[in-house]
Structures are given as C-alpha cells and as structure tokens.
Design a protein around this ligand. Structure first.
Ligand code: BES
Ligand code: MN
Length: 457
C-alpha cells in the first residue's frame, strides 16, 4: 500500500532535476548582504523567494520591509488542527572574495561530478531550496500533513541585526509549534546531525590612528609608533601563550561543560584528525585542556577576521602608514553576551593601548548564544526522519557557528528551533569554491519530507 508519504517521496525523486535547476537559478543572484553595492541584488533574491513561495501555493506572501534587507513571509494554514512548522531560511550570502581562488565563477553555478559549485550553494540557498522541495512534494501530492509558515531573511550573514525587532513586532504571526532551521550543517555525509547549540558573536572593528598622513619610513621611522605595529601588538596581547583570551572578565560568565557534555563531545567523529584534514595545518592550536570539538562547540574564542594597513599592493613602497585597522570577532557561549564582550574589549584597550596612538572601537554586529530544547516534538520528528533516510540515528552536537534567528525566536516569539542541515564540513562555506554535495542534498529533501509527515502524525 502506498501512503501519502511514499507518494510525496516519489514526487521528490521524479522532480530532482527541476529542484536543482531552481537552486541554480537563485545562486546566480549575488545577494551579498554586507555591501550596499549589492542591495538591488539582495532585493532581487527576496523577490525571487516570494515568487517561489507563491508558486508553491503559499498564501499571504509578503516581502516585508525591515530597517535593513527585507524578510520574506508566506503561509499555508489549511490543515486545521495540525501542527504548524515555521520554516526559517536566509537568502543572503557571504562575499565571494578572494575571487581569484575560485575555479569557476561564484555566481555561475556549475555541477561537476557529485557537487554543485557556487556561493550560497551550501550556506544556505541549497538548504532553503531543500525545504521548498520537500514542502512542494507534500503539497502537490495532495496530503500536506502540517501547516507551514516561512520566514526568510536577508541579513543572516551580517548578524540578523533587524530580525529581532521584526520577530518582536510579528510574534503572533510567527507563532508555530516548531521552527525548522536547516542552516546548521551536518558532521559528515554518513552522519545525519541535529545541532542543539550555537555560539554567539560579538563582531568589532578596531581602528588605530598614527601620524596625520602616510610618512616616508626612512625619514620618520623610529620617531613615531607605527600604527600597524601598535595594532598587531594589541592584537597579539589578546591571547596568552595557552590560547586563552586575555580580555578582562572574558571567562567569568562562561558556563562550564558538564561531564556528560564532555563525554558527548568525545564521542563525536570530529576528532583532532578531522580538524587537521579539513584545515591542512601542520598542528592544531587552542586551549590545551579541551579537545578541538569542545573548543569549537563549547568554548568562547577570539579571532582576527582581517587586517588592513599600509602598502599591500605589488612590489614595495617604503611607507610608515597613518592608519591600521583590524576586524575582530569573539564567538561566545552561554552565558556570555555580546554587549559585555564589547565592554571587555574596550577595557582591554583602555588598559593596554599605548599613549602614542589614537584608537577607536566600533561594534559591527552581535548575535546571542543559543541552546535549543532537545525534547521538542520537532526534534523527535527530525531525528526519526533522518533515521529513516540514513538508516542510522542522528548525532547531536553543539557547533561553533552562529545563527541570530535561533535565540531571537526563543526570546521574542517563544518558538524553539530544530537545527539540522545537509551541508558538509568540506563544502567551503564562506570560502572560495563553496559547493553542495548533491547526493546528500537529495537525501536531505527526503528526510525533510519524513519530518513533515512525522510532525503531522
Ligand atoms: N550556516 C551558518 C552557521 C553554521 C554553519 C552553523 C555550520 C552551524 C554549522 C551561518 O550562515 C553563518 O555562517 N552565520 C554567521 C553569522 C554571523 C555573521 C552572526 C557565522 O556564524 O559566521
Ligand atoms: Mn547559513
């Protein structure tokens, strides 16, 4: 006997090529949220999403303005009495730079072998299209087991700055039994994964000003403190020799890992060998008393994301720069907050910055830490769905990335998320040659169909 679930799964299998064509279509829109230059493209991606939601049969589709990039909303609420799933997504992507390291153009998606290459293929246009495809498969075959709402934002990659307010204002509209969030990736193609913790983020820009103009390094070197040097001295002091962050009070609110959590981290297949292979470094680095997966999922960190000063073009220029800048961000764990972290950085700079330079610290964006409820019906439905497709129980982990919406939905709308995804560690997200492993993606679509039907039971 074929039931509605099987019919939907068959539909998905028969429509894989079209799902893929859809994904290619949206990857071709360079929706880079961080730079104003791409604002029209970001909007184009929002309109594309709205158009697709209408095509899926969603009602009340809206491109809703925020203080920044818009949120795309749509709903299908015709299954009275059935649970409601709020589907989260983001249609923005990270910048593709450095461009010369891409083998193919980032916004001209190409499938080669088992992979589709392009910016956003894995993070997360691919995941958004997977949810569209699963819902289409259930809807178009006539037995949609749940109600759905969509909230697709355009500012995830820049900290979801305006989403919090959006959720607050629209809390009633967004009410749901669970939020499905497929933005959290998986541990490996053979390891279906549910992520239950994400780190927060405090992203800052540190500007150091030296002389009133770029100087001749021969005529003035040795008389003024080079701001590039002052900057890197400050940056170097932000860690001690054991890889611990030195900002005053940085660890005070850090929740200690329990013995059970530490055991769970040890069981994950993402061991030291995994990190060595993924990164290609000769030796790992970090707090020695924690294993790498703990340092990523359960401990806070501070990273330099970029450095700028002086002459960096071809050849040489003997200059003593007037200015130096660093982009610095801290990944945070419960119960740290981005606001406190920013103040700790200010306190560090006040104490350590030399008097012979001027400095300025700017907060670029923030994201809260999140731990999600593992006992929700959504988590069970997802775990069973992943099991049905992969034939193995999913792994549960805390991961190091950040997704602003998860904590914002908890705080402002009381909606818990189930976090999963079909992106792999080797997909090069945020890096050149981002790609999506298509066989895993197709399995993901099937798992999402199972999830919908499990939710509806
Ligand atoms: N999808 C990622 C986050 C992620 C990746 C979580 C893999 C878990 C596993 C997301 O799009 C992302 O990169 N977010 C940014 C957010 C930041 C700018 C606030 C991040 O983590 O850098
Ligand atoms: Mn993402």
């Amino acid at each position: 006997m074929t039931d509605a679930r099987d019919i939907a799964l068959t539909y998905a299998r028969q429509n894989r090529d079209r799902f893929l064509a859809d994904l290619k279509d949206v990857i071709a829109i360079p929706s880079i949220s961080t730079s104003d230059e791409y604002k029209p493209e970001v909007l184009r991606a929002a309109l594309w999403m709205a158009d697709r939601l209408r095509g899926l049969g969603m009602d009340n589709v809206e491109v809703m303005p925020t203080g920044g990039h818009p949120v795309v909303y749509g709903e299908w609420l015709k299954n009275t009495g059935a649970p409601t799933v709020l589907v989260y997504g983001h249609y923005d992507v990270q910048p593709p730079d450095p461009l010369d390291l891409w083998d193919t153009s980032p916004f001209e998606p190409v499938a080669r072998g088992h992979h589709l290459f392009g910016r956003g293929s894995s993070d997360m246009k691919g995941q958004v299209i997977a949810t569209f495809s699963a819902i289409e498969s259930a809807l178009k075959t006539g037995r949609m087991p749940v109600n759905v709402k969509f909230m697709i934002e355009g500012e995830e990659e820049i900290g979801s700055e305006n989403l919090g307010k959006f959720i607050k204002t629209n809390a009633k509209k967004l009410k749901a039994d669970i939020c499905l969030n497929a933005d959290a990736g998986m541990i490996g193609a053979d390891y279906p994964t549910i992520t239950y913790g994400l780190r927060g983020l405090a992203y800052m820009e540190l500007r150091v000003y030296g002389p009133n103009k770029d100087l001749h390094s021969g005529l003035f070197g040795g008389t003024v403190h080079n701001p590039a040097q002052a900057l890197v001295e400050l940056v170097a002091g932000m860690h001690d020799k054991n890889g611990r962050v030195t900002l005053p009070g940085f660890y005070k609110k850090v929740r200690r890992l329990t013995e059970d959590e530490r055991k769970a981290f040890k069981r994950l297949p993402t061991n030291a060998k995994f990190y060595l292979e993924q990164t290609g470094v000769p030796k790992l680095w970090g707090e020695p008393e924690y294993i790498p997966s703990e340092r990523v999922g359960g401990r806070p960190t501070l990273e330099v994301n970029g450095l700028l000063s002086g002459w960096t073009g071809e050849g040489s220029k003997t200059v003593l720069p007037a200015y130096a800048m660093a982009k610095i961000s801290c990944r945070l764990v419960p119960d740290q907050t981005p606001e406190e972290t920013f103040k700790q950085m200010q306190a560090y700079l006040k104490a350590k910055a030399p008097r012979d330079i001027r400095w300025e610290l700017i907060s670029l964006h923030d994201s809260g830490t999140a731990i999600t409820d593992l006992k929700s019906a959504g988590v069970k439905a997802m775990a069973d769905g992943l099991h049905a497709v992969w034939g193995t129980r999913p792994l549960f982990r805390r991961e190091g990335g950040s997704i602003g919406a998860v904590v914002q939905l908890q705080e402002y709308a009381g909606v818990e998320s189930v976090l999963t995804g079909f992106g792999l560690p080797e997909d090069n997200i945020h890096s050149p040659n981002e790609c999506l492993h298509l066989p895993t993606w197709y399995k993901g679509i099937d798992a999402l169909i199972h999830f919908l039907f499990n939710m509806g039971k």
